[in-house]
Design a binder for this molecule. Structure first.
Ligand SMILES: NC(=O)c1ccc[n+]([C@@H]2O[C@H](COP(=O)([O-])OP(=O)(O)OC[C@H]3O[C@@H](n4cnc5c(N)ncnc54)[C@H](OP(=O)(O)O)[C@@H]3O)[C@@H](O)[C@H]2O)c1
Length: 305
C-alpha cells in the first residue's frame, strides 16, 4: 500500500488488534479500529489516523452502523482484518450448546458477518481480507477443542474466500499465530474456570487440575528449552508484520504461520502426521520413495507457479 488506504481492524481494544492498528496508522493509513466499550475509545485516541468504531461482531445492527460510517467518510475500504476473537478452554464434555454457539458466533460467524457487510467496498477497491486464525487451526490438543474447532473453520472459510474472490480482485489470507503475549488468557480465565468447576464424574479431578494450573501457572524458564509446558510467546508485532505483508504485498500468501522455531516445527510435524494418516489408505498408499517424489513435484509446481 504505497498510497494512503483505509483498513478496518476488529478487536482493536487490546492485544494483536491494537498492535495492528498502531502499525498501520504509523505508516500513514486510515485505520478503523473496532471497540465494544466507550472506555476503549481513549485507547485509540492516542494513535493518529485511528478511528474508533463501536462494533460487537455478534450484533448485526452495530455492523450495519459501521458500514454507514465508513461509507460516509468517503475513503472506501481496502482492507478488512478480522481479528476479534475469544479463547476459552475446557474439556469438550464441559461445553454446553450455548457456550459452543458463542465461541463460533465471535470467531467464525463474526468474520463472515463483517466480510459480507464490507464486501462491496472490498470489491470496489480490489482489496484484501486478512483473518486472524491460529496455529490451532491446523492441529488439536486437549482442552482447546472449541477454540481450535473455530480456527479450523476459519481456515476453510479463508481458503474458500480466496478461491471465490480472487477472480474479482479481492485476495484473502489467514495469519496463524502461535502463542502471543496478549491478555487473551486473562480475558477467558473466569469462563474457563467456571466451566471446569461444573465438570461431572469421572472428569472432576482432571478439570479441577486444569483450573488450578491456569490459576497458578508455572513461571516460564527462559533458560530451559521451549516445550509444551515451557512455552515462549511471540510479540504482537510479529503478527502485525504478517498482517501488513498480507495487506501490502503484490502477492499476498494464503497462509502466514507466525511463531517460535519450536512452534513452527511442531506444526509441520502435525501436518506431516496428517499427510501420513491420509496416505495410509488402500486406494493409494505411496511408499517412501513415491511420497518423497510427490513432495518434490509439489515443490517444483510451487516454484514455477
Ligand atoms: N494471543 C494468542 O496467543 C493468540 C494466538 C493465536 C491466535 N490468536 C488470535 O488473535 C486474535 C486476537 O487475540 P488477542 O490475543 O489479541 O486477544 P485479546 O487481547 O483478548 O483481544 C481480543 C480482542 O477481541 C475483541 N472481542 C472479543 N469479543 C468480541 C466481539 N464479540 N466483538 C468484537 N470484538 C470482540 C476484544 O474486545 P474487548 O476488549 O471488548 O473484549 C479485544 O479487542 C484472536 O482471534 C485470537 O484467537 C491469539
Amino acid at each position: 500500500m504505497r498510497e494512503t488506504r483505509a483498513v478496518l481492524v476488529t478487536g482493536a481494544s487490546a492485544g494483536i488488534g491494537h498492535c495492528v492498528v498502531r502499525t498501520l496508522a504509523e505508516r500513514g493509513h486510515i485505520v478503523y479500529g473496532t471497540i465494544r466499550k466507550d472506555s476503549d475509545v481513549e485507547k485509540l485516541k492516542g494513535i493518529p489516523g485511528a478511528i474508533p468504531l463501536r462494533v460487537d461482531v455478534t450484533i448485526p445492527e452495530q455492523i450495519h452502523e459501521a458500514v454507514e460510517t465508513v461509507k460516509n467518510r468517503g475513503h472506501g475500504l481496502f482492507g478488512l482484518v478480522n481479528n476479534a476473537g475469544i479463547g476459552e478452554l475446557g474439556m469438550l464434555n464441559t461445553w454446553d450448546d450455548a457456550a459452543l454457539r458463542q465461541i463460533f458466533d465471535v470467531n467464525v460467524f463474526g468474520p463472515h458477518r463483517m466480510t459480507n457487510a464490507f464486501l462491496s467496498f472490498l470489491l470496489e477497491s480490489r482489496g484484501r481480507i486478512v483473518n486472524i486464525g491460529s496455529r490451532g487451526g491446523m492441529m488439536s490438543k486437549p482442552y482447546f477443542g472449541p477454540y481450535t474447532m473455530t480456527k479450523h473453520a476459519l481456515e476453510s472459510y479463508t481458503e474458500t474466500l480466496r478461491l471465490e474472490l480472487e477472480r474479482y480482485g479481492v485476495k484473502a489470507s489467514i495469519v496463524q499465530p502461535g502463542g502471543v503475549a496478549t491478555s487473551i488468557g486473562d480475558a477467558s480465565l473466569p469462563g474457563t474456570v467456571a466451566r471446569c468447576r461444573k465438570a461431572k464424574p469421572p472428569f472432576v479431578e482432571e478439570c479441577q487440575s486444569l483450573a488450578d494450573a491456569l490459576l497458578n501457572p508455572p513461571s516460564r524458564d527462559d533458560e530451559a528449552e521451549e516445550s509444551e509446558t515451557n512455552r515462549r510467546l511471540s510479540p504482537p508485532e510479529a503478527v502485525a508484520d504478517a498482517v501488513l505483508h498480507a495487506l501490502v504485498s503484490g502477492e499476498p500468501k494464503l497462509r502466514y504461520l507466525v511463531g517460535t522455531e519450536w512452534e513452527v516445527g511442531k506444526t509441520l510435524d502435525a501436518l506431516v502426521d496428517k499427510l501420513l494418516d491420509e496416505n495410509d489408505n488402500p486406494t493409494l498408499c505411496l511408499n517412501q520413495e513415491q511420497l518423497i517424489a510427490r513432495l518434490v513435484d509439489r515443490l517444483s509446481a510451487r516454484s514455477t507457479s
